[in-house]
Write a protein that binds this ligand. Structure first.
Ligand SMILES: [Zn+2]
Ligand SMILES: [Zn+2]
Length: 189
């Protein structure tokens, strides 16, 4: 029997607040109109820790996520509370495989300052986590950064910039995303 991949999995990597997992999963269902399921994985994170930097390697996490990807997964998104880096950046909010299956995001820098502390007066962390999740999944659907400052695919230099944009795709990005999604769902399956 051929299994058609059509589910977006949200993978809890280590300790992550349940409310964030649920909010992201619900947001995915709303923005992509696809089923989303939450799954647990406590093994991936420890082997991706860079001891010298005391940060986790997002490239490695992506590779490991693809190894545990269920057969019915259209996309797989890891979420962690720990700080992520990619070899060319000192830290990243998240990383995605462009036009691929995997993405990972961290709540650490979204909390408000570079030490990962929650600052008073910040918008709800859930809003930021949701936007980052949709943004990185957008890359997996082949979307590049968008010039529209309101669009979720706009490149955010910092959290303040991320707060300015919406959790939604602009019209052009949405159409492109739906086109890529149709290709992912029906042509590649
Ligand atoms: Zn991006
Ligand atoms: Zn856009």
């Amino acid at each position: 029997m051929i299994i058609r991949p059509r589910i977006i999995y949200v993978v809890r990597l280590g300790e992550v607040e349940a409310e964030h997992l649920v909010a992201v999963s619900e947001s995915i269902q709303e923005h992509f109109a696809l089923e989303s399921r939450v799954m647990e994985n406590q093994e991936i994170l420890p082997c991706t820790l860079d001891h010298a930097r005391n940060q986790y390697n997002s490239n490695l996490i992506l590779k490991k996520l693809l190894q545990i990807c269920p057969a019915d997964a259209l996309k797989i998104l890891g979420i962690t509370n720990f700080d992520l880096f990619s070899p060319i950046f000192s830290y990243v909010f998240g990383e995605a495989q462009f036009g691929g299956k995997g993405a990972v995001i961290s709540t650490f820098r979204l909390r408000g300052d570079t030490d990962g502390r929650v600052l008073p007066g910040c918008p709800p962390l859930c809003d930021r986590v949701e936007k980052e999740a949709i943004h990185e999944l957008g890359h997996t659907f082949g979307l590049r950064h968008c010039a529209d400052p309101d669009c979720v695919m706009h490149y955010s230099v910092g959290v303040q910039c991320a707060d300015r944009k919406f959790a939604f795709f602009c019209r052009a990005c949405r159409e492109l995303m739906l086109w890529h999604m149709a290709a992912d769902l029906f042509l590649k399956a």
